[in-house]
Design a protein around this ligand. Structure first.
Ligand SMILES: NC(=O)c1ccc[n+]([C@@H]2O[C@H](COP(=O)([O-])OP(=O)(O)OC[C@H]3O[C@@H](n4cnc5c(N)ncnc54)[C@H](O)[C@@H]3O)[C@@H](O)[C@H]2O)c1
Length: 311
């Protein structure tokens, strides 16, 4: 395992599920961890300090160092407090894992404004706000002449990159996070900060709410164990990964798929403005049988190199 001794990490939404495993793995690799979690319900309601505190206790029991933070990542001032807590408690910040999330699934035709706004806030603003404050600190360090090896690891989703029915709010936020990753990677490279994102798959309360109970295998490798996502986080935090940035990694069990971002596709061009009739003819020629997104499960199967049984 790469040695992360002396590094300080913030993991948001680290009281449960995938984030908890990130926090435990980073601590095991030697990092000191700020365990952020609002302790909200899956829909983002309420607050409870217990989950974050439990993970801190687990890290301490294993000989590591950690502190709990209960700020809401979607609150700009709260995110600033969280970054300040890392700096004031441990004197530095090296790693920010943006992981906190909620779901409020609903078909588009029935989705309320509140369902849209709350999901966009926790995911999209909840990535922007902590990254913004951490990046300001790293820029200051870089300008002062310190060598910065900053890491931001964001959390997108197969729903965002492949598209999942019933999740226009969540999927749009997660696609936004993938786009945010590319631009932040371009902007922060000059300060020595890499920015990557994950599209994970794991058995947590979130997936069980969307897909139903996901049984554990009686024996052998448990591909849906949330602990399977943590090794890529630890790897990206290693000093040796200083030049790997702007990537989105799909993870399912032991499968890691480096997703292709939006890139230039099928070109048809002329040196004049298109006539809509001619364009329609071009489209019909290229898509004689029509065209539509393939759907998340089919794409996940391809990305994981196997057929995926969810639910
Ligand atoms: N489980 C999967 O298969 C899967 C797939 C794709 C993406 N994801 C993403 O992975 C991340 C972790 O999800 P999970 O499956 O572990 O879910 P989870 O519900 O087990 O954990 C999410 C944690 O985030 C916390 N949280 C919610 N809102 C918060 C806020 N405003 N501020 C701080 N903390 C907050 C919750 O209290 C909870 O402990 C999420 O971003 C999720 O969208 C998960």
């Amino acid at each position: 395992m790469p040695k992360l001794d002396g590094k300080v990490a913030i993991v948001t939404g680290a009281g449960r599920g995938i984030g908890r495993e990130h926090a435990l793995a980073l601590a095991e690799a030697g990092a000191t961890v700020v365990v952020n979690d609002l302790g909200a319900t899956l829909a983002g309601e309420g607050a409870d300090a217990t989950p974050a505190q439990q993970v801190v206790s687990e890290i301490e029991a294993a000989g590591g160092t950690a502190v709990a933070n209960g700020d809401d990542v979607a609150d700009f001032a709260g995110a600033e407090r969280m970054v300040k807590q890392a700096l004031e408690t441990y004197g530095r910040l090296d790693i920010l894992v943006n992981n906190a999330g909620i779901t409020r699934d609903r078909m588009l035709v029935n989705m309320s404004e509140e369902e849209w706004d709350s999901v966009l806030a926790v995911h999209l603003k909840g990535h922007f706000a902590p990254t913004r404050h951490a990046a300001a600190y790293w820029r200051e360090q870089s300008k002062a002449g310190d060598e910065v090896r900053g890491r931001v690891i964001n959390t997108s989703s197969p729903s965002g990159v492949f598209g999942n029915v019933g999740q226009t709010n969540y999927g749009a936020a997660k696609a936004g996070i993938a786009g945010f990753t590319i631009i932040a990677a371009q902007e922060l490279a000059r300060y020595g900060v890499t920015v990557n994102c994950l599209a994970p798959n794991a058995r947590t309360r979130m997936t069980e709410a969307s897909f139903g109970e996901i049984p554990k295998p009686d024996e052998g490798f448990d591909a849906m164990d949330p602990a399977n996502i943590a090794p890529i986080v630890v790897a990206l935090c290693a000093d040796e990964a200083q030049d790997i940035t702007g990537q989105c990694f799909f993870i399912y069990g032991g499968a890691v798929n480096i997703l292709r971002p939006w890139d230039a596709g099928g070109l048809f061009a002329q040196d004049d403005k298109w006539d809509a009739d001619e364009l329609l003819a071009q489209l019909r020629e290229r898509f004689p049988g029509g065209v539509a997104p393939e759907g998340m499960v089919a794409q996940m199967g391809k990305a994981g190199g196997q057929s995926l049984q969810v639910g």
